[in-house]
Ligand binder design. Structure first.
Ligand code: SF4
Ligand code: SF4
Length: 321
């Protein structure tokens, strides 16, 4: 029997999801033995034309990480969809927009102006801005268009499954590959991670207070963190109660509060709104002045609650973008 043909590709992302594949360590040899990797430009010399030359649906599965911010990424998303039977949004950026998605708090023009004109480290006396076409002595150079907004993969093409995380945990990648090879994938649209909150698998869960009493939120560098106790109970902004499990608390085990990269469980439509309401519920029994003091202690609320999910939020969708 021929081996399944598999592709990997990255769009607007940092590349950490590709590193997660390398983190399979020796298990990657089993993967290579079980599948034919037919596209993986990060690791081997593949070009866009190699995908164009494939028949439609030629790849059995394609893992696409990264959000969509440029015209070239949009084109690649369509190509990978066309050439794959199963398309998996791989990692937070592809799943929910991820860190690049926070660009949607700003207009395209303000991002370009800040990057090429106003940032303290920029000296641009000629006011040079990137152009899509530039004539040089060696010929014409073309750049992809920087699009108006960051979009998730499923806002551009039809997606079959989601492997969450920044980056996706090795255990979840291994389980997904096993399900593909054994033809045991769940229904289309499933997020391939446990559908329960991270607190359920956090080693600190037994110390999580039933009733939170928080006078002020702190950042990890501001306190000596007790490495046994619930981080939220210590006044750190831990998003474990509203975040999907699957990473086994890799951050909380290292004294760092969860920032929510695995996204929400299936019962939640808007991760940031759910996180906000979860924190608001802690404050309900407080006096108004105390509530204000607690809220003032949250540094960068937008970034805290929508760090990975702004493009997939109801707020962003309501802009009609
Ligand atoms: S440290 Fe965070 S993830 Fe762990 S039990 Fe407390 S709130 Fe939940
Ligand atoms: S603890 Fe939270 S931020 Fe860290 S990997 Fe897990 S889900 Fe992501």
């Amino acid at each position: 029997m021929s081996k399944p043909k598999v592709g990997f590709n990255w769009l607007a992302s940092c590349g950490g999801c590709e590193e997660a594949i390398i983190d399979l360590n020796e298990k990657i040899l089993d993967v290579v033995a079980a599948v034919d990797i037919v596209f993986w430009p990060c690791a081997m010399d593949f070009k866009k034309d190699d995908v164009r030359a494939m028949a439609d649906g030629e790849m059995d599965v394609c893992f696409v990480n990264g959000a969509i911010r440029t015209s070239e990424e949009e084109e690649m998303a369509h190509l990978m969809r066309q050439k794959s039977k199963i398309l998996i949004a791989f990692g937070s950026c592809s799943h929910m927009g991820g860190i690049p998605g926070m660009g949607n708090f700003f207009s395209k023009d303000s991002i370009l102006k800040n990057s090429y004109q106003e940032s303290p480290s920029t000296i641009n006396l000629d006011g040079t801005f990137p152009q899509m076409e530039t004539i040089t002595p060696l010929g014409e150079v073309e750049l992809p268009e920087f699009l108006e907004y960051v979009r998730t993969l499923n806002q551009v093409v039809d997606v079959d499954y989601y492997l969450p995380g920044c980056p996706p945990p090795v255990r979840l990648i291994t389980e997904a590959l096993g399900a593909i090879l054994e033809n045991k994938l769940p229904p289309k649209g499933t997020v391939l991670a446990p559908d329960k909150a991270l607190c359920d698998e956090c080693p600190r869960k037994e110390t999580k207070p039933d009733k939170m009493e928080i006078a002020e939120f702190k950042r990890p560098y501001q306190i000596i963190v007790d490495s046994e106790k619930c981080l939220l109970g210590q006044g750190l902004m831990c998003l474990g109660p509203v975040t999907r499990a699957g990473c086994e608390g890799v951050c909380t085990k290292a004294n760092m509060p969860c920032t929510g990269c695995q996204g929400p469980t299936s019962r939640v439509q808007d991760y940031g709104a759910k996180a906000l309401s979860g924190f608001a519920s802690i404050l309900t029994s407080m006096e108004e002045k105390d509530v204000e003091a607690v809220l003032d202690s949250i540094v960068d609320p937008n970034g805290t609650f929508y760090r990975y999910s702004l493009p997939s939020s109801m707020m962003f969708k309501s802009l009609g973008a």
